[in-house]
Write a protein that binds this ligand. Structure first.
Ligand SMILES: C[S@@+](CC[C@H](N)C(=O)[O-])C[C@H]1O[C@@H](n2cnc3c(N)ncnc32)[C@H](O)[C@@H]1O
Length: 240
């Protein structure tokens, strides 16, 4: 039923700029799924089903598998397949989703996070579902590029520009705090697509412990260092 998805997306990558990048991002996820053996795929955010039908196309072209799609709205009519389960739920309700779709306990191959694009919500989804990801499992995130929403660009919107940048910064920090458990890459263009790959085993959690963050002002750190140096020189004479 969805066997023409790859062809349609490949054609779309030759269209206009935004369509090109958007289709390329869907295709990247298609290729990720099609190469896997009986993959378990979870998508958070279903809407009209563009990603749903893409994933079902990949499952059909590959060696089978199962797709579980979540949305707070009823999107149960956007696709039809024996490989598909739709669950109407808040995507941050990890416990409820896993008990409604116990196949997720066997390990998720591909997780697509594309529901409520707010950093607190994305954090709940990422930290909540990470333990259910297999080693080598991949998490894709939509809406991580601010470019189309910046001043003078086609979708100029300060809210989305800053929102997307906040989510991308958050993903950088998660990577920096968990570098031994992850690979991280980003495709820019359209609303962007970030990819985290799990290097640790099923059941492993992400650490929320914060490492020192990036230094942004050379002047601040130079001044701080020279004050500490001077204090260091002064203190021995004060103590003696
Ligand atoms: C960007 S759309 C998803 C698009 C879809 N993945 C695609 O590529 O065609 C975001 C969806 O997230 C849903 N949503 C918003 N808040 C949610 C929440 N808290 N839990 C689950 N779904 C939510 C919305 O109803 C909407 O359908």
């Amino acid at each position: 039923m969805y066997s023409d998805m790859r062809e349609r997306l490949e054609q779309a990558t030759t269209g206009g700029e935004a369509a090109n990048h958007g289709a390329a991002h869907l295709l990247a996820m298609y290729y990720e799924i099609v190469q896997r053996d009986q993959p378990v795929v979870l998508e958070l955010g279903t809407q009209t089903g563009s990603s749903t039908r893409t994933f079902l196309g990949a499952i059909q072209e590959g060696d089978g598998g199962q797709l579980v799609s979540i949305d707070i709205e009823d999107c149960s009519n956007v696709a039809e397949s024996p490989h598909w389960t739709f669950i109407q739920s808040d995507s941050a309700d990890i416990k409820g989703i896993v008990s409604a779709a116990p196949i997720l306990k066997l390990g998720i191959d591909v997780l697509y996070i594309d529901s409520l694009h707010h950093v607190d919500h994305v954090k709940k989804e990422l930290f909540g579902f990470f333990p259910f990801l297999k080693r080598g499992g991949v998490i894709f995130f939509d809406d991580v590029d601010s470019l189309p929403y910046m001043r003078g660009r086609e979708k100029d919107n300060i809210h989305t520009e800053i929102g997307n940048r906040t989510i991308l910064n958050f993903l950088h920090e998660v990577f920096e705090d968990n570098v031994e458990k992850l690979y991280f890459s980003i495709s820019r263009g359209a609303s962007g697509l970030a990819r985290l790959e799990k290097r640790s085993k099923l059941g492993d959690e992400l650490s929320d412990e914060q490492m020192p963050r990036a230094r942004t002002s050379k002047r601040y750190w130079k001044t701080r260092r020279s004050i500490l140096k001077r204090l260091g020189r002064l203190l021995p004479s004060i103590n003696s």
